[in-house]
Design a protein around this ligand. Structure first.
Ligand code: GAL
Length: 651
């Protein structure tokens, strides 16, 4: 009996001692700079907007203030308990809605349900025994991230042994998916090409394979000439009509042919324009030399061999007007015509930027009151593309008498006015100028962009570098898919992968914040949306991985398909969805999209894809057939991944 009492006492003693040895740590004592989130930066013991943590009037001394969608990864081996009180911070003024979720080693441990601003804090109390990794997720509750100030208040971990640590997203190896091009030729590029009769014509045949190559073409209109060594077609666009051309490239390893239909008429950009825009590489410090270098890199890197064509300078090239109102480049752009000539000499096209307002977004000279003069000037210099960025025009539009609902509201006519004016002026030039409307989607621009002479229009503000935007943008853009068609493209902004520049004057290019999988997803989603494909990253540090993402001709073919459809979304769940794009040849491009934090098996049933019978399924990134399937196809898709497939009916 005495022995038993002794054993119980000993157990209680050691148990108490062990428990006493368990340490505790506030979440805010860890490295919160590794938290990824949709807006702003995570704050210790403060809300994301740096006010005291407060949920429904209750104040908290400790905690981490984040903004949805926020992801906080923790290594907790040796962890015992996680406790917190979660809610939307009062700083969000009763707006915002968040869903808090906790995952342990990929398994859901707890979820708050949808919480709105003003709701009382909900307690979390979780046993962490046996769990190695924890993910604290504050999701947007399905309605976007506006005012989603998500607090992990009073968040505390108890542990024995190794101290918990915030780790950042799981590491991922950069695997190259696109197979290396083979030495035999492969003619790439769009199957249709629009031009206006009698205007200068310039087209560099995109073609991979070992150089030197010998190019030829049958069916080329008499007004055009092909240089067999460079593959550059020049001359004057022929009379109105459709010209069926067959392009051919040969080298000692083989021969490649591709149909190419030249459509001389009123339409340009029959497939989404592709190229480079300098903004996210060089910002306000861009120079003529940067742009020339970008043109050289576009050729040397092989980008032009898969269809990248436009070399577009963004804001900050312009200087002052002279007494006659003529605009010239600034000191960094001494000769705009010489720059366009340099780009054209390589078979590429030149683009530039201005604003309908008196000033551009970076406060350089805009076009206001000089529209006709500038349009003529841009054409005389030889530019082929104009981005027209709203910027300071807002003040003019608000003061215009067009508005029936008061001086501050902008009427639809006032939104359209500057674009209609410039669209018509560009149309009058004896050059083909592709017109890009940049006004961030105001007045539902997708409904009328083409009517005012636009070929593509930004559907939203600047994309930024937050990774959850990728999937959100694809879902949003799919709502405007009815307006996507040849010559009229929804533009979700640039492809910002690889190395991106720093806005500060001395900033060095740095890797973008996206994982390798996210960078492939970026490209997959843009191609499924039939979006303009403009790379906007540093051209001096283009690496093998970035080129692998940018330069897969089978993937680009999805974007450049002549039908011009933007993918429809199906089977939407909080973390997964399918994108389905009809292709001109009767096949379908399909994206199996996983915005979730863990790999999932995704299934595409024929009933959802609108298919029947046997289908040959091709993995477009790996350029590999996966087999012939009936009824459905399913595949594991990594965290934040998009499996891009093409389904061909099996005859
Ligand atoms: C923004 C525009 C960006 C870039 C920038 C230049 O309004 O959305 O793409 O052009 O202006 O100042």
């Amino acid at each position: 009996m005495q022995t038993r009492i002794f054993l119980v006492a000993a157990a209680v003693f050691w148990g108490t001692l062990l428990y006493a040895r368990a340490d505790s740590i506030w979440l805010d004592e860890l490295n919160t700079s590794l938290i990824l989130q949709g807006w702003g930066e995570a704050q210790k013991n403060q809300s994301v907007t740096r006010s005291p943590l407060r949920i429904s009037g209750r104040k908290f001394e400790h905690g981490v203030g984040t903004h949805a969608v926020s992801r906080l990864w923790l290594r907790v081996a040796g962890g015992q308990h996680f406790t917190a009180a979660v809610g939307v911070d009062d700083g969000a003024k009763n707006a915002g809605s968040v869903e808090f979720e906790v995952f342990g080693d990929g398994r859901e441990l707890w979820r708050s349900g949808r919480m709105k601003g003003g709701d009382q804090a909900r307690p979390v109390d979780l046993d962490l025994n046996g769990i190695k990794n924890l993910l604290l997720l504050a999701a947007d509750a399905g309605d976007g991230i506006e005012y989603d100030h998500a607090d992990w208040a009073d968040a505390q971990l108890t542990f024995s042994g190794a101290k918990p640590a915030i780790t950042g997203a799981p590491d991922e190896e950069a695997v190259l998916l696109t197979p290396a091009p083979v030495p035999s030729p492969r003619v790439n590029g769009p199957l249709v090409y629009g031009c206006r009769p009698g205007n200068p014509f310039l087209y560099r045949i995109p073609c991979q394979g070992q150089r030197p190559l010998t190019f030829s073409a049958s069916g080329l209109p008499a007004s055009l000439r092909l240089d067999p060594a460079s593959g550059i077609i020049t001359g004057m666009a022929p009379e109105r009509g459709d010209y069926g051309v067959v392009l051919c490239a040969e080298n000692p390893h083989g021969k490649s042919v591709r149909n190419f239909s030249i459509v001389a008429g009123d339409q340009l950009a029959l497939t989404p324009p592709m190229g480079f825009n300098d903004w996210y590489a060089y910002y306000a410090r861009v120079t003529d030399a940067d742009m020339r270098h970008a043109a050289d890199v576009m050729i040397a890197s092989g980008m032009s061999d898969v269809g990248y064509q436009y070399v577009n300078v963004d804001d900050c090239w312009m200087g002052q007007r002279d007494a006659a109102g003529n605009l010239a480049g600034n000191a960094r752009f001494p000769d705009m015509k010489a720059l366009a000539d340099y780009i054209h000499a390589r078979g590429l096209k030149a683009g530039l930027y201005t604003s309908p307002g008196p000033l551009t977004c970076a406060s350089c000279t805009g076009t206001f009151d000089h529209e006709a003069q500038d349009a003529r000037q841009f054409a005389d210099w030889g530019f082929d593309f104009l981005k027209y960025d709203w910027c300071s025009y807002g003040r003019i539009a608000r003061n215009s008498n067009n508005s029936s609902s008061g001086p501050q509201a902008i009427s639809l006519a006032a939104y359209q006015l500057p674009y209609r004016k410039m669209g018509s002026l560009l149309r009058q030039q004896s050059r083909d100028l592709v017109f890009n409307l940049c006004q961030y989607g105001m007045g539902d621009v997708w409904c009328w962009g083409a009517d005012v002479g636009g070929h593509c229009w930004r559907t939203a503000g600047d994309l930024g570098f937050s990774l959850q935007q990728l999937f959100a943008v694809a879902l949003k853009n799919s709502e405007y898919r009815a307006w996507s068609r040849p010559g009229a493209w929804n533009d979700p902004d640039y492809i910002q992968i690889g190395h991106i520049g720093s806005a500060s004057a001395m900033g060095q290019p740095k890797p973008c914040p996206l994982t390798p999988t996210e960078q492939y997803s970026f490209m997959s989603l843009w191609c499924l949306m039939a979006a303009p494909l403009f790379y906007s990253g540093d051209m001096t540090t283009l690496d093998e991985f970035t080129l692998n993402v940018l330069c897969n001709p089978e993937v680009i073919e999805v974007d450049q398909d002549p039908l011009g459809q933007s993918a429809a979304v199906a089977r939407l769940t909080p973390t997964t969805f399918l994108m389905i794009k009809e292709m001109a040849d009767g096949s379908k491009a399909v994206g199996l999209c996983n915005q979730g934090e863990f790999p999932v098996q995704l299934t595409a049933p024929w009933s959802v894809l609108g298919l029947s019978g046997q289908q040959r399924v091709r993995d477009l990134w790996r350029q590999k057939d996966l087999g012939v399937f009936s009824n459905e196809f399913s595949l594991p898709v990594p965290r934040h991944g998009v499996a891009l497939l093409r389904f061909h009916p099996e005859k």
